[in-house]
Design a protein around this ligand. Structure first.
Ligand code: AMP
Ligand code: GLY
Length: 416
């Protein structure tokens, strides 16, 4: 098979790495890719016509869409009738990520465990907004309705903070935008990611992201500073509860709604004292979770994806390596604020770790930084502790000016 992967992050490098190992894979292209990905094709990920022309001309059999933006804009619908199969939901299915309000309505309709909420239009609902924030004692999360690359969510503890969040959303997105206000949940976050054909789902290993810049989950939010899998506290009892109260009703809903949904469902969960609840759905693989859950997958990813197109996914049993996997993200100094690009990276050949490139580019055989999140260094071990030691002992061989990374990936206190 010939495969093309859309995207340019660590997630897409991990996907191309895993797909390339398949016995049935003949060639993998990356659109547009980064300094580590194979066969980069410099096309805009939103230029569906050029992507379709390219795939059809090269005889690509399967197009895997990494990021959410092309899915939300309907890339899967655009390929209907093409010889190229697209791994990723249609635009209707992608609404589970592209509209936080529609996602909550879906959860309500299908009885998926999640936080209490109300929706509002900023222009007309100021009074209602104020009274709902008061009702919840200011312990709310205010969310802009549309895609916002993680910047439209405000977690608040006090009413004043929540009202300030409303003002910010007004000034960034305008008075006609809609917001979701939901109950602030407390607990431990967990990412559950599965591959679905719209009727059944096969889960990859549970993983945990580390979103804040600084150790002990302090500092500003980022695109992800590290991840690991599996997660020790996610035992069979918890998994069963997650299946019954979240995963099964979600898949039933996807089927009932008639979404054309062959792709990934990502459940961003909060494990609270009263059970697991959904914080968000994503309709694609998580980053940096993918950089650990794909190395942990023993099964052939391309075969699994194929089975989701030919109706045999329900019979497929995924196999996993018995080890723990840990990913530490190396970022450019200054990220997520201003940072430099174009710094030469050295030491990439000297480590035994698996490296997934993110913000890098390759030029004349050298690799340079080209973004804020630069590299993912992935190690493994028989225990989580061993995975941590193995990953961190390889890290300092890789150098570029002002490199920064968290020292505590995998060491979170996961008490609910
Ligand atoms: P979202 O994009 O909806 O996942 O929100 C981004 C982040 O905000 C999540 O990963 C959580 O850390 C936090 N968050 C979202 N919703 C809630 C909630 N209801 N209670 C507490 N934290 C939340
Ligand atoms: N790791 C969070 C996300 O991919 O949205």
């Amino acid at each position: 098979m010939k495969v093309a992967v859309i995207g340019s992050g660590g997630r897409e490098h991990a996907i191309t790495w895993k797909i390339s190992q398949s016995d049935i894979c003949e060639k993998v292209y990356t659109i547009p890719g980064n300094g580590g990905t194979p066969n980069n094709v410099p096309l805009d990920i939103m230029d569906f016509k050029s992507i379709r022309d390219f795939c059809e001309k090269k005889g690509v059999d399967l197009l895997i869409v990494g990021p959410e933006v092309p899915l939300a804009a309907g890339i899967t619908d655009y390929f209907l009738g093409s010889t190229v199969k697209v791994f990723g939901p249609d635009q209707r299915g992608a609404i589970l990520e592209s509209s936080k309000i529609q996602a909550k309505k879906f959860m309500q309709k299908y009885d998926v465990a999640s936080a209490e909420f109300k929706e509002f239009i900023l222009r007309t609902d100021q009074d209602k907004i104020e009274s709902y924030i008061k009702e919840l004692n200011g312990k709310v999360v205010v969310k802009y309705d549309g895609l916002a690359a993680g910047k439209g969510v405000f977690v608040c503890d006090q009413s004043a903070q929540a009202l300030e969040a409303i003002e910010q959303i007004k000034s960034i997105y305008g008075l006609d935008s809609e917001v979701l206000i939901e109950e602030k949940l407390t607990g431990v976050e967990l990412s559950i990611i599965g591959i679905t054909d719209g009727k059944t789902i096969k889960l990859l290993l549970p993983s945990q992201d580390h979103k804040q810049l600084l150790d002990q989950d302090r500092g500003p939010n980022t695109g992800g500073m590290g991840a690991y899998c599996p997660v020790p506290f996610c035992d069979q009892t918890l998994m069963e509860q997650i299946k019954q109260t979240i995963i099964d009703p979600t898949i039933k809903g996807i089927d009932k709604e008639g979404f054309h949904y062959i792709g990934v469902v990502y459940f961003g969960l909060m494990i609270t004292a009263t059970g697991p609840k959904v914080l968000e759905y994503n309709v694609r693989l998580g980053d940096p979770e993918t950089e650990v859950i794909l190395p942990a997958l023993k099964s052939d990813l391309l075969e699994v994806m194929n089975s989701s197109f030919n109706g045999t996914l329900s019979k497929y049993e995924l196999e996993f390596h018995q080890d723990y996997f840990l990913d530490v993200v190396l970022v450019a100094g200054g990220y997520p604020g201003n940072y430099k690009k174009g710094l030469e990276i050295s030491g990439l050949q000297t480590t035994d770790s698996l490296i997934f490139h993110a913000g890098t580019r390759s030029e004349n055989g050298k690799i340079y930084t080209n973004g804020g999140r630069v590299l993912n260094v992935v190690g493994r071990g028989k225990t989580l502790h061993e995975a941590i030691v193995n990953t961190y002992s390889n890290l300092n061989k890789i150098r570029f000016k002002d490199v920064y990374y968290r020292r505590d990936i995998g060491k979170r206190n996961n008490r609910v």
